[in-house]
Design a protein. Structure first.
Length: 620
């Protein structure tokens, strides 16, 4: 993958100009997606409809939108082919009977057959969300989620974590038994995996990856398992009678596995010993079982073409990453990076975050893992370590579009030199600018002010006041009160702020915010306690803007909020940008971080070549 790539911005319209679409030569394997058609009733006779532009679409492609009432009299809603947007507001929808919408592509003046119809019944409610009914078990509550095309139909399914009694690793006490559940977007329940009593519940423990790892057009699910895990077909992994919980509720003995599950059925496909094993608990930095059980995970294109699984352990002290391939029904181990025996390994100890990121930062076409304050190369060797130490938040993207390559904005607890919040070169680790703080607890980087090129940066912590541009210059004494997640929601290229259930837009001139959505008004809640996260925020439906997935207060439903604000900006789905797609895969890991693309997505974007991808077609 190329370190920087982008679509093109001309005033308010983003056009797909790259030689008629994406080259299918040497390219990263991506999902075969349908148009992601979505329609929400916004008033008595109004419906907002949007759909995907694919990364493989020609720059010349246009669309017609067809509405059919009660299965009769199809009507084209647009006067001419739609060339500059992938959304439409229908103001003449008659709900005295069911209506349906279909999208037709138009290329070289020829209209292709219409896609699958999306039906709205006569009693469709006026609401800004879709509903997925859940089969939440007693005493459970919905948590983090991820998406993947589990069955190869071109639509995303949701894999949802259901917790009973999660606990932070730093504390004692027995947890419940975590479940993974899969649902289709129409609400169909697919399967449930019970991870069993020998897997603790908690944000730092089970990191689950949902991705098409072998290129068969269907996503797998991978995570750490143990004796007593029950797959989606009822099969038990290991010894069903083992109980390794000690008097403090910790699990510091017994076998640990890495398991790949079939996305269609939840069936165990393969289990291997987890790398690295826990070994001597004290070797990880304490004797309480806190640091030994700090896990991270991600997916990375380590060869530039096909995704690999990277499972990790430790970041406060010893740091270990193990890379795997899932090919032809087998897990094969590629490499292990271990700070205890790697060259200059001491430099990599204690540099990890509660999160990570992935992208090609050195321009060799292969992905690196940004592991907090350090980076691991695609071949499992250390690329660099900044020595800045552990932190809670980190953002990898083209934050400063005037510079070549990607940048990392990160924050650090008790930094080892005075850059508590800083921007660094993602390829070398060189700190480009820093803000002095002895304890930064949150930090965000996104474009919220069109008056300044690049992303704005701000942080929360000791001595961290004001809002900064991508050059480190203070541009406002007042910063947004939210310093958590981001979402592309309204009709421009600036990003909105997401905190729990609230979406707000920054008003630079007044240094104030405008509320665009409060999901609490629709009986939704945030998850992950003070981290105030959604289940997921990603571009899973409709045009390039992002959806917000939250649970209802009683845990009986997921609600998928999707924007109904018109836009004249047209660009391919963000899910066909590899860096962005990987950020959706790792969003559930540890302390959730917002998605980030591998290009500058913001005001006054410049023309850049698109990424090369190749689409995986489902095969039996």
């Amino acid at each position: 993958m190329i370190a920087k790539y982008r679509y093109i911005s001309i005033t308010a319209v983003v056009l797909w100009l790259a030689l008629g679409g994406i080259s299918q030569a040497a390219a990263a394997q991506m999902e075969s997606l349908d148009r992601g058609l979505v329609a929400l009733r916004t008033g008595p006779g109004t419906v907002f409809v949007s759909w995907r532009l694919l990364g493989t679409d020609s720059k010349e492609i246009a669309f017609n939108l067809i509405r059919t009432r009660d299965g009769k009299n199809p009507t084209r809603l647009n006067s001419g082919p739609l060339k500059e947007q992938t959304c439409f507001k229908d103001t003449q929808a008659d709900f005295s009977a069911a209506i349906s919408y279909q999208v037709c592509t138009v290329l070289d003046g020829q209209e292709k057959p219409a896609g699958k119809p999306l039906v709205l019944t006569a009693d469709t409610p006026i609401q800004p969300y879709l509903t997925i009914p859940l089969k939440t078990l007693p005493r459970h509550r919905p948590g983090d989620a991820s998406v993947g095309d589990l069955d190869g139909d071109g639509q995303y399914e949701i894999v949802l974590k259901q917790d009973m009694r999660p606990r932070d690793n730093s504390g004692s006490g027995t947890t419940g038994q975590m479940k993974l559940e899969a649902y289709k977007l129409d609400g169909s329940f697919l399967w449930r995996i019970d991870l069993g009593i020998n897997i603790r519940e908690g944000a730092h423990y089970t990191q689950f990856m949902v991705y098409d790892l072998d290129g068969d057009g269907r996503a797998e699910v991978a995570c750490k398992t143990a004796d007593g895990t029950i797959d989606g077909t009822g099969k038990v992994i290991g010894d069903p009678d083992s109980d390794y919980r000690n008097e403090n509720g910790k699990i510091l003995d017994g076998p640990e596995f890495l398991t790949v599950f079939d996305g269609r059925s939840g069936a165990e496909l393969a289990s291997v010993p987890y790398i690295p094993p826990r070994g001597q608990v004290t070797a990880w930095g304490d004797n309480t079982g806190n640091r030994v059980d700090r896990f991270l995970a991600c997916v990375a294109y380590l060869d530039g073409r096909r995704p690999s699984l990277v499972m990790c352990r430790g970041y406060y002290n010893r740091t270990v990453l193990a890379a795997w391939n899932w090919r032809d029904g087998k897990l094969s181990h590629l490499w292990t990076f271990d700070s205890d025996n790697a060259p200059d390994g001491d430099k990599y100890r204690g540099q990890g975050n509660h999160n990570l990121s992935v992208g090609d930062v050195d321009g060799d076409g292969k992905d690196e893992i940004i592991y907090g304050a350090c980076a691991i190369d695609d071949d499992g060797r250390g690329l660099y370590s900044t020595g800045l130490g552990h932190g809670d938040a980190m953002h990898l993207s083209d934050i400063d579009p005037a510079r070549p390559g990607l940048e990392v904005f990160g924050i650090h607890e008790n930094p080892r030199h005075p850059h508590g919040a800083n921007l660094r070169d993602a390829a070398t680790g060189k700190v480009l600018w820093g803000l002095q703080s002895n304890d930064a607890v949150r930090g965000v980087s996104m474009d919220i002010d069109p008056r300044h090129p690049g992303y704005e940066c701000w942080a929360v912590g000791s001595g961290l006041e004001g809002l900064y541009n991508c050059k480190g210059q203070k541009i406002a004494d007042r910063k947004p009160s939210s310093c958590n997640m981001g979402i592309w929601w309204d009709g421009d290229l600036l990003r909105e702020m997401l905190n729990g259930t609230t979406i707000e837009k920054w008003n630079p001139a007044e240094a104030s915010t405008t509320r665009l959505l409060e999901a609490r008004d629709f009986d939704c809640i945030r998850i992950n306690g003070s981290k105030s996260s959604p289940c997921l925020c990603a571009d899973i439906l409709g045009d390039w803007r992002e959806e917000l997935i939250l649970p209802t207060r009683d845990g009986s439903q997921l609600r998928i909020f999707t924007t109904t604000i018109p836009t004249t900006i047209r660009m391919p789905t963000l899910m066909h940008d590899p860096v962005y797609r990987l950020s959706v895969a790792w969003q559930n890991v540890g302390y959730n971080q917002p998605t980030q693309p591998g290009f500058y997505l913001g005001h006054d974007m410049k023309p850049v070549s698109p990424p090369a991808i190749q689409i995986s077609q489902p095969r039996d």
